[in-house]
Every structure is written in C-alpha cells, then in structure tokens.
Design a protein around this ligand. Structure first.
Ligand code: ADP
Ligand code: MG
Length: 257
C-alpha cells in the first residue's frame, strides 16, 4: 500500500521544503521506497537534493502539461531508495496554462496513479499559495501534512488552508485526511515557542506530531550542499529529529491499518 502525502501551507518559509526533503530522505533511510515530487516553481527541493536544473529535460511541468509519463521525469538522488520528480521555473507558467484544460485539478492525481504502487510513500512539496498546483496536490494526496512555524501569528492563515482542504474534500477528493501538523523552527531559548506549541495543540489536538523540529543551523546549510541532512550531517540534531518524525509517520500508518 502506498501513501501520497502533500506538504502544504500557503505561508512561505514555514519549513515545507526542509520537511519534504528530510522526511523523504529519512523514510528512505528506514528502508521505504520514496518518491518526492517538487511542485513549487522555485524548485528548492530539486536543488536541495543536488539536482542541477540545467540537466533536467522533463520536469513536473511536462508531466502536468505535456502528458510526459512520470517515470520519464524521475531522477535518482544520492539517498538510496529516494527518487525525485524535479521542478524548474518552467512550472511557473502552469498556473495559467492549466486554466483552460479539462479536469485541470486532476492532472497530478492521474499521473501519480501510474507510478504510486512502485513506492511506499510519495511526498509532494507544495508552493506557497492555494492555487491550482496546491489544489492538484491535495486532490492527488491521501493526506496533507501541515508545517507550522513556531512564531507569532503561527495560526494566521490556517483557516484559509483548512477551508481549501474542506473544499477539496467536498468536490475533488472525499478521502483526503489531515496527516498531521508539524511544529517547525522552534527556538528553545524563548518562551514564545512554548506558547505557540500550546496554542497549536489546543487547535489541532492529537493531530500535532510529538516530534517538534528545533532551529538547527545544519538544516539550513544542507541544501546549499545539495544534500539531505542525513547525508550532510548524520549526527546533527536536525538528522535526529527528522528521523524521529519519519518513525512517527510510519507508526501512525501502521496503527491505522
Ligand atoms: P518553505 O518551503 O515553507 O518556504 P523552507 O523549508 O524553505 O520553507 O524554510 C525556509 C528557510 O528556513 C530556509 O532557508 C530553510 O533552510 C530554513 N529552515 C527551515 N527549517 C529550519 C530549521 N529547523 N532550522 C533552521 N533553519 C531552517
Ligand atoms: Mg518551499
């Protein structure tokens, strides 16, 4: 059984890409077969895993718009068991190009259907908006993982995101679930972080992961070396916490069966 998880929050800079790359890499290092789909035109997941965008002939744009088979857009990564479908800036045009197409919200779902059984997990790194690319991701997904940064106004904008999730559940994907809410970039030196944790737990209750991601400078350095944290610095706090998160994700899936 494979599971497709969209990593979404329309706020930028909350840790979507960091979580996508490192959760995917940690799941793979725990022996799972993982596909990471970069659907953000900025392509940070793509470059963060060391893919040179100049070498990319087919990216997620070609899968969505030109009916390229997803297998023909997959790249191996330096992490065994982890493959990626990259994004390049070409994808920025897709928001507009998809508007007049038939069943435009279903294109990613249809494509991933062709390959999902080859993987245990498919993770989708969404762009910082609630546009057609995020809608495609939520429609293709079994569940959505929401990273929330531990900062003031952490919950701001979340009602919009949850509203979008409800609309997708109603019209496009009735079985879409909330996978979990992940608190990111906790600064343990301040009280603010503790307050935010309490506030988010009050709102989302048992949906909040026990694993909380602290600020860790190694996590912010790893992408410029084109590596996931577990290969860049396996002994760092960042590697430790994302491994814990991966174990939690696996545990919840096993419990749900
Ligand atoms: P998003 O994809 O939501 O825009 P990113 O994952 O790109 O967010 O994170 C935004 C910035 O914060 C990036 O520069 C990233 O390296 C950094 N960052 C993310 N998580 C952490 C963390 N736990 N510790 C330190 N820096 C982080
Ligand atoms: Mg991102």
């Amino acid at each position: 059984m494979s599971k497709i998880i969209a990593i979404a929050n329309q706020k930028g800079g909350v840790g979507k890409t960091t979580t996508s790359v490192n959760l995917a890499a940690c799941l793979a290092s725990l022996g799972r077969k993982v596909l990471l789909v970069d659907i953000d035109p900025q392509g940070n997941t793509t470059s963060g895993l060391g893919i040179n965008k100049g070498d990319v002939t087919n990216c997620i744009y070609d899968v969505l718009i030109n009916d390229v088979h997803p297998k023909d857009a997959m790249f191996e990564t330096t992490v065994p068991g982890l493959k990626i479908i990259p994004a390049t800036i070409q994808l920025a045009g897709a928001e507009i190009e998809l508007v007049p197409t038939i069943s435009r919200e279903l294109r990613l779902k249809k494509s991933l259907h062709l390959v999902k059984d080859d993987f245990d997990y498919v993770l989708i790194d969404c762009p910082p908006s609630l546009g057609i690319l995020t809608i495609n991701s939520l429609t293709a997904a079994d569940s959505v993982l929401i990273p929330i940064q531990c900062e003031y106004y952490a919950l701001e904008g979340l009602s919009q995101l949850l509203n979008t999730v409800r609309l997708v559940q109603k019209h496009l994907n009735t079985s879409l679930q909330i996978e979990g809410v992940l608190l990111t970039m906790l600064d343990a030196r301040t009280n603010l972080g503790i307050q935010v944790i309490e506030e988010v737990k009050k709102y989302f209750q048992q949906k909040v992961y026990q694993t909380i991601i602290p600020r860790n400078v190694r996590l912010s350095e790893a992408p410029s070396h084109g590596q996931a944290i577990i290969t860049y610095d396996p002994r760092s706090k960042g590697a430790e916490v994302y491994t814990e998160l991966a174990k939690e994700v696996i545990m919840y899936e096993q419990a749900a069966r």
